[in-house]
Design a binder for this molecule. Structure first.
Ligand code: SF4
Ligand code: SF3
Length: 524
């Protein structure tokens, strides 16, 4: 008998599953509470059948998104908060006349292929829920996206089904996630403007400061407003870096720069930090005692003992974070932090609007032979040593190639100066993981310009995955029919051998090997 079961992320124990304790720090008690919450969500989706979209159903829509989001890797480690959510889900279900929860053991047991398809769908839903939530807090929703949470959860709780039916569901999940990323793009750009390329400093100025991590730009905006004129500087961390490119966020002079690198380095980088830290989403790691008193969580993020900033009537009061930053006072002198390759300037903001704005020059550079190939090297970062593959790949990519990137995996190389081709930067950061939407828009536009399909472009996707948003994005890419994706550092434990064979046969997906060998295979 194992104490728990979880195999949803790339660092899962032994490449198979965490059964005693999560490698991420998730305890069996929390893992089991999350399974119970998932079972309750399946029950609620079942109880809502035929009533979705009816007046008053918004509350249930929200609970589905929050419940799924709360179980994403490195989001919520707090048993009490997970149980509170479960109680709310059950309360709603009772109002609807009740329905059985899915017994948690049903989630991960049975025929290996059935478990694999079911899990992939559930993990895709979890990833998409995070994006849907960010759009939701900015007042945007798409009925197709909302409806698929219900449909998907009912399928997760439903009987075994033929492979073809699972594949249809997974493709639908991918297509729906594309709509969800488009919705979030619309939410972000209508609230904060179109990203404009910008250079971001990694120098921490003297004086009080707050570091904000995660993906939620709305939280950042609230924090910027509440810290205005208080002598506190704000630094982005991890997936918040692309925020600097949005005009409506950049306009705040106290949004100064970026702190540190990707999530897996936080226990080292935050050790003894004289500033407050706010986590708006993943990836939160168990905080060390040397800095736990200055870490705050908000939205669905949680960790026992950390102060949580709740939302009340659509407002959040960040005064405890502000008070802590003022108390700590910051470093007495300017503090220099470098990227992992020693660089001190990061560039971001190459969303679809910026890149398509120079599409003529890009097309011209390809036609003249100045640009031979595009690589999208992006996705999640993580702790595995093999992840330096991505740094080496980018360093070794020939000078006539362009690297597009996104998500936190870019910290492996975003401090490198790769130069320019005909005035176009060779390294372009398109934004957060959800800005995979931008990459898709650019690829589609290039395919149109050249009169070919996306698979015929001189473009290769070299992806790194870690958590469930990457699963949702991968499903989107497969739903779009994109082939020959290089995926690493390892393949998901939740993909069974038969399912993998199918992916290889249909999409020619393959695991990364060595940078030189893969570059040779791609460029010939
Ligand atoms: Fe293990 Fe990853 Fe699950 Fe954490 S999220 S328990 S590391 S598989
Ligand atoms: Fe990174 Fe956690 Fe996935 Fe949005 S912050 S990408 S791992």
């Amino acid at each position: 008998m194992s104490d728990m079961f979880c195999f949803q992320c790339e660092q899962t124990a032994g490449g198979k599953g965490c059964v005693k304790m999560g490698v991420c720090g998730k305890t069996p008690v929390v893992a089991n509470a999350q399974d119970e919450l998932t079972g309750a969500l399946v029950g609620l989706a079942g109880a809502m059948e035929g009533r979705e979209g009816a007046p008053g159903s918004e509350r249930v829509d929200e609970l589905l998104m929050q419940g799924l989001f709360a179980t994403v890797t490195n989001v919520n480690f707090d048993e009490d908060r997970i149980r509170e959510l479960t109680a709310l889900v059950r309360e709603e279900k009772e109002k609807l006349g009740g329905a059985e929860d899915l017994p948690p053991e049903k989630l991960w047991s049975g025929d290996p292929d059935q478990v694999s398809f079911r899990s992939t769908l559930l993990l895709g839903l979890r990833g998409m829920a995070a994006y849907a939530w960010h759009a939701h807090v900015l007042g945007k929703k798409d009925p197709d996206v909302t409806a698929f949470f219900y449909k998907g959860l009912r399928a997760v709780g439903g009987p075994d089904r033929p492979v073809a039916e699972w594949l249809d569901l997974l493709v639908e999940c991918g297509e729906t996630n594309l709509k969800c990323m488009a919705l979030l793009d619309e939410a972000n750009t209508s609230a904060f403007g179109q990203p404009v390329p910008v250079k971001v400093s990694t120098i921490i100025e003297k004086g009080p400061f707050i570091i904000i991590s995660g993906h939620d730009l709305h939280d950042l905006k609230q924090l910027l407003i509440q810290t205005e004129g208080k002598g506190i500087n704000i630094y982005t961390h991890g997936e918040m870096l692309p925020a600097h490119a949005y005009p409506e966020l950049k306009k705040y002079p106290h949004l100064k720069g970026n702190f540190g690198t990707a999530w897996q380095n936080q226990q080292k980088e935050l050790d003894g930090v004289p500033g407050a830290v706010l986590f708006t989403t993943n990836c939160l790691m168990p905080p060390k005692p040397s800095y736990a008193d200055r870490v705050f969580t908000t939205a669905v993020v949680g960790y026992p003992g950390l102060v949580h900033i709740p939302e009340k009537n659509g407002e959040k009061d960040f005064s405890p974070v502000i008070k802590k930053a003022l108390e700590l006072g910051g470093w007495p002198e300017e503090h220099r932090l470098t990227g992992i390759n020693g660089g001190t300037v990061l560039t971001t903001g190459f969303g679809h609007h910026a890149v398509l704005g120079v599409a003529d020059r890009v097309v011209e550079a390809v036609k003249s032979g100045a640009i031979k190939h595009f690589f999208l090297v992006g996705g999640c970062d993580g702790a595995r040593p093999g992840r330096n593959y991505y740094t080496e790949f980018v360093q070794k990519a020939p000078a006539d190639t362009v690297i597009l990137t996104l998500a936190c995996g870019k910290y492996r190389f975003n401090d490198l100066d790769l130069g320019e081709i005909n005035g176009l930067p060779r390294l372009m950061d398109m934004g957060q993981c959800n800005d995979a939407y931008s990459a898709i828009r650019v690829a589609t536009a290039l395919a149109d310009a050249f009169g070919c399909g996306v698979n015929d472009l001189p473009l290769t996707l070299v992806l790194s995955w870690y958590e469930q948003k990457a699963v949702a994005i991968l499903l989107t890419l497969l739903a779009l029919g994109i082939k020959n994706i290089f995926l690493g550092p390892t393949l998901p434990a939740f993909i069974s051998q038969n399912f993998l064979d199918l992916l290889v046969e249909k999409f020619a997906i393959r695991q990364i090997s060595q940078p030189e060998a893969d570059l040779k295979a791609i460029l010939g």
